[in-house]
Design a protein around this ligand. Sequence first.
Ligand code: NDP
Length: 301
Amino acid sequence: MTPPARLRVGFVGLGAIGRPIAAHLARAHDLVVWNRTGARAESFAADTGAGVAPTPKAAGEGREIVFTCLPNSPELEAVLAGPEGLESGLAPGALLVDLTSGQPAASRRIAERLAANGIGFVDAPVSGGVAGAEAGTLTIMLGGKDADVARAVPVLQAFGKRIVPVGPVGAGHALKAVHNALIAVNIFALGEGLTALAKAGVAPSAALDVINNANGRSFVSERLVPERVLTRLWPRTFRLALLDKDVDIAVQLAAEQGVEAPLLEAVSGLLHEAHRELGEDADHVEAIRLHERRAGLELRA
Ligand code: NDP
């Protein structure tokens, strides 16, 4: 098999998951990066040999493909806007691939605006966490026109294992929001259930031993709760604030489609509360602390 062509690639947003993704791109392509906190871009460049762009515009200039990995669509809009914004650096024929877990409606608006200048757009949110990004084994769900998706796929193979086109622009973001809402539902369901069981005298490890060998199991019960809650390690890889945002997007999606979603609305309310109580830097699994605090106990091994 011939190796994929070496392209001129830009990358914006070297956060928890952006940085390991960009490291794969730096090995496969000629990469230039921009990050709001410049020191992070400088340290990435020192580690990988990538170039540092002084502005978002410069991260787009002369680039065939530019990736963005930001908290949400409003931050993407902000990075695109203005005389030094990314949009002003992108030439006709360029492709913007948004790895952000963003908003479907905003992505459709952005794609339409870019298309008027001959620039393609694909929403390509990822799943698999920081560990999956480091290993280059992410699952990536794509929304976009067939021709844009076909251009994005070979480049995404640098860090994705399962790359699935799911529909037009916005479809990737819609699916990602629903996917993450399922994680949130599981976190709170286990928080409530394990807390009640602990009070009833069933140890969390005994409960999980049964659940994980039966049909109520999930990624949250098999991995997240044993590895992060029972150990009290709480590694911070995916911020609770971002999961809160994802469930908001899922609730909004259901409303736009006229689908009643009382469960998602309840989970969204709980996440808002956990976000307020635990702050901007808490990890998403820490949402379970909400139940622990109310019950006055800790779910330890
Ligand atoms: P982080 O909070 O770690 O990083 C966010 C990045 O966006 C940083 O580079 C930050 O810059 C930049 N940024 C934030 N606000 C702005 C702004 N207003 N203008 C310009 N740049 C800005 O987030 P993650 O890397 O964890 O997540 C990125 C996206 O990927 C999110 O949509 C998230 O939901 C999604 N995701 C994350 C996963 C994870 O495990 N972490 C898993 C799957 C998806 P600065 O360095 O200056 O703060």
